[in-house]
Design a protein. Structure first.
Length: 114
């Protein structure tokens, strides 16, 4: 399944490149706006989307979806592990630790009358 998504991804990537290169650039009509032709705006006439622009949008959506599919497959193979899972647990001693002897801390709190 992953191989199929890889092949589809490469084909769609090549299709996106081809469709973008086939389209007529908006900057090509810029000279027409300054007197050498009749154009509706500075960057050319903004008409409805033609076949190439709609095809580019569809193929770009397919490219996005195959990219998400490849990311999903990548996460399934390499699950992220916690750093705490990789640290060794220290061995516990057989006898419990002895309580610390109480030391006189030098506090005079016991001498305060209540």
């Amino acid at each position: 399944m992953e191989t199929l998504v890889w092949v589809l991804h490469v084909i769609v990537a090549i299709a996106v490149i081809a469709l973008v290169l086939l389209q007529h650039g908006k900057g090509a009509d810029m000279g027409a706006a300054f007197g050498s032709g009749s154009s509706g705006s500075l960057f050319g006439a903004s008409g409805s989307a033609n076949f190439l622009s709609r095809s580019t949008a569809i193929v770009a959506t397919l490219f996005f979806l195959t990219s998400l599919g490849l990311a999903y497959f990548g996460l399934q193979q390499h699950k992220p592990a916690s750093v705490l899972d990789r640290t060794p647990v220290p061995a516990q001693s057989a006898q419990p630790a002895a309580p610390a002897p109480s030391q006189d801390s030098g506090s005079k709190a016991e001498d305060i009358p209540q």
